[in-house]
Design a protein around this ligand. Structure first.
Ligand SMILES: Cc1cc2nc3c(=O)[nH]c(=O)nc-3n(C[C@H](O)[C@H](O)[C@H](O)COP(=O)(O)O)c2cc1C
Length: 287
């Protein structure tokens, strides 16, 4: 049987859930069988608590979802406190991937060190790509030098990590920079920038004007990004974007991904990642 691994970490299958679409883990207990998944990725945590954006935060479109959540999360200290007291991560029979976002390379290293020290996290995902933090959608990976600095600082810790990039920046250049700087894997990608307008007022629907677009509608663009990044780097790619079925997941493997991650579709069918994990395992066994 083929092995699925990133750095020193092994996965029972190549199916993960995507950050921000599976809560902090506990929300899906009873709805999904975690022991069928390669791993679950937790909502991005920042150094300090964030209340997130004022509503509206979500808008459904045909085959897609616009979101402007604004990285709502309890902050690093609160999550550390929960992990060290009562958080049942260890009860989940799957790999726990923690997504972190700082404001500097130092923040990323400080957060990484603190969460690694809990012993309850199996892999980190560096979120260099959230388009909602700054007005206009600026992200860390809008500058390749940032990518290098953050990735090389975290690589020194020698703990499994993946770097999540935005499709709205130079994703190929950033992928090459991240691999050069020591990334163990890349998550390709975060949401695409999009907009909606209120038809009555003619004003942008979201306060930040620009939102993140995800769901089945983005799959062809996500496939294209995996395909072109796979031509340039050797480290494993985790595909994220529009995966709704086992067939979609297989398409991403053909394009060059080693792992797939399921996002928006968790809201439609909470057991979807498990169904895709079973389907993909069957496909890989027969292959
Ligand atoms: C409501 C919502 C919240 C999200 N929050 C995060 C987040 O906190 N951190 C992150 O890296 N990505 C976040 N994402 C992006 C997803 O992890 C995923 O990369 C993206 O939605 C593309 O996959 P999909 O089309 O399967 O949803 C969020 C997506 C949605 C829809």
């Amino acid at each position: 049987m083929k092995k699925f691994s990133i750095h020193t970490l092994e996965f029972r299958n190549p199916v993960l859930t995507a950050s921000g679409t599976f809560g902090m883990g506990g929300e899906f207990a009873g709805l999904a069988d975690y022991s069928k998944l390669g791993g679950i990725t937790l909502k991005t945590v920042t150094p300090t608590p964030r209340a997130g954006n004022l509503p509206p935060r979500i808008l459904e479109t045909p085959c897609g979802l616009l979101n402007s959540i604004g990285l709502e999360n309890p902050g690093m200290d609160e999550l550390l406190r929960e992990i060290n007291s009562s958080h049942p991560f260890r009860a989940y029979d799957t790999n726990i991937v923690l997504s972190i976002a700082g404001e500097s390379a130092d923040d990323f290293t400080r957060m990484a060190e603190a969460f690694i020290a809990t012993g309850d996290i199996d892999m980190l995902e560096l979120n260099l790509s959230c388009p909602n933090i700054h007005a206009g959608g600026a992200t860390f990976d809008s500058d390749c030098a940032n990518v290098r600095a953050i990735v090389s600082a975290v690589a020194r810790l020698d703990f499994p990590f993946t770097v999540k990039l935005s499709p709205n920046q130079d994703i190929v250049g950033n992928s090459i920079a991240a691999e050069d700087a020591g990334a163990h894997a890349l998550t390709i990608s975060n949401t695409f920038l999009g907009m909606a307008f209120d038809r009555k007022t003619g004003a942008p629907y979201f306060r930040n004007k620009v939102a993140g677009f995800s769901g089945p509608a983005v799959k062809p663009m996500a496939l294209y990004n995996i395909y072109r990044v796979a031509q340039k780097v050797k480290i494993p790619l985790i595909a994220s974007g529009g995966i709704a079925s086992t067939g979609d997941a297989i398409d991403f493997l053909h394009a060059g991904a080693s792992f797939v991650s399921i996002g928006t579709m968790n809201f439609v069918e909470p057991g979807i990642a498990e169904i895709i994990a079973d389907g993909l395992t069957e496909y890989l066994r027969e292959k």
